[in-house]
Design a protein around this ligand. Structure first.
Ligand code: CA
Length: 435
């Protein structure tokens, strides 16, 4: 029997709080889970710094990746397999792409990508195609297989139907993370009837569509996505911790460039600082290592680095006020000047952060989140784009909501033991009071 077809002597089952059980029968899938690069995902949180806002949000990308795999496995094995329009030869490809789709995420991806100009999707490709344990497993299936898996994840694979299972407006990735993030944060949004959605998915031509009778379950999914974005993913406190994390990385990089002598030399960061990170270095970095440095750097001589690390580790976050960059740039200039007078470098202590999201979108090609729209399969066999059928979805389609906040260290500004007058002026401009 070929490796691709090989089944485990006994099915392996993972207990999972979201899907109850995750079933593995294929030898290839089992071997991939056991690789060094996949196990690394245990040490990378799914939601980055969100655990500082919602203390339950400690779940990892390992959890999420298994969850996406399980959703795909159920769609392929339970819903699609008996259908004549489904080609079962792509089953293993779907399972592997689902399992590995987030493989290239690093620690606190968001901030690291911003500061060091990295791209986790490039690393996913590099891990699948490079000299890694994952590549060795995939190559045993066939010499072309690693490239096929990489192509599905990069959305360049020939069969668009396979891609739309993994990345579209309603895909296994989103269905897993919405439910998983809701579960671990403990919020009451984020829940929707996935069982119903799975039952009404249909392979049709080059995409996966939804029987029109399932429209209300899909509406619920879109609304829960909308709620999760604003209540969890863009939570202002999480953004504060991300601002601090980003500024730590900036500071460490800047110090390194200026020849600062670290008491705890950032060996693991060196190739990132210099802008030519290798795959090996990248894979060696995980959140445990990053946190180790942050804890050590609390004792660095550089006051900015040590203060920011102290803030991150002890959760002494920045506070914020609403900010309108189109109208308030003069105010920002004035604040920057006053911050300098108060011995606070505005580069690190006065930060504008913006978040924006499109709850559902179908017509804007080329935007950052270009995903296949949701099509309903009508009783007469025609396809209809969701927002043309659903008034609820139409109401929120294509509307980008953007939110800007100005972050600053309130604790420092409230302490009148130094720069009392300047701080009073700053507080007046920011509208900061004791409470
Ligand atoms: Ca994902």
């Amino acid at each position: 029997m070929t490796y691709a077809m090989q089944k485990l002597a006994e099915e392996k089952v993972f207990k999972d709080p979201v899907h109850r059980y995750i079933h593995v029968r294929d030898q290839v899938v089992w071997d991939l889970i056991g690789t060094r690069e996949f196990q690394r995902l245990r040490r990378i949180r799914q939601l980055g710094t969100t655990y500082l806002t919602f203390h339950g949000a400690e779940h990892s990308r390992f959890n999420h990746s298994l969850g996406v795999y399980e959703i795909i496995r159920r769609i392929v094995d339970d819903v699609f397999a008996p259908r004549p329009e489904w080609d079962n030869s792509e089953r293993l490809l779907c399972l592997c792409a689902a399992l590995l789709h987030d493989l290239g995420h690093g620690p606190f991806s968001h901030s690291f990508e911003k500061v060091f100009e990295l791209d986790h999707e490039e690393f996913t490709q590099a891990i699948i195609l490079g000299d890694t344990e994952v590549n060795a497993v995939l190559k045993k299936v066939s010499s072309a297989f690693p490239q096929q898996v990489a192509d599905v994840i990069a959305k360049t694979y020939d069969n668009k139907r396979v891609i739309s299972l993994i990345s579209s407006q309603i895909d296994a990735d989103r269905m897993d993370y919405l439910q998983r993030d809701a579960y671990f944060t403990g919020v009451s949004y984020g829940h929707f009837d996935m069982e119903r959605i799975l039952r009404v998915l249909r392979p049709k031509e080059d995409q996966v569509v939804i029987k029109s009778s399932g429209m209300h379950a899909v509406e619920d999914y879109i609304m829960s996505r909308y709620q999760m974005y604003w209540q969890v993913y863009f939570h202002p406190v999480t953004r504060s911790s991300e601002v601090i994390l980003t500024k730590i990385l900036h500071r460490a990089k800047e110090l390194s460039e200026h020849g600062y002598e670290f008491a705890y030399e950032p060996r693991h960061f060196m190739s990132m600082f210099s802008g030519n990170v290798t795959l090996k270095d990248y894979l060696n970095l995980d959140e445990s290592i990053v946190m180790y440095y942050f804890q050590m750097w609390e004792e660095e001589k550089d006051p900015i680095l040590s203060d920011l690390c102290h803030r991150f580790m002890q959760r002494r976050l920045f506070k914020y006020v609403e900010f309108d960059p189109s109208k308030e740039y003069k105010k920002l200039n004035k604040l920057e000047q006053l911050f300098r007078e108060a011995d606070l470098d505005p580069e690190y202590y006065l930060v504008v952060d913006s978040s924006s999201d499109l709850p559902y979108d179908f017509y804007r090609p080329g935007e950052e989140e270009e995903r296949v729209p949701i099509h309903l399969l009508m009783p007469n066999g025609e396809l209809r784009e969701l927002s043309r059928q659903s008034e609820i979805v139409d109401a929120i389609s294509g509307k980008r909501r953007t939110d800007h906040k100005l972050y600053y260290p309130k604790d420092y500004l409230m302490d009148d033991s130094s720069h009392k007058e300047t701080k009073e002026k700053i507080r007046a401009i920011l509208g900061v009071s004791e409470h």
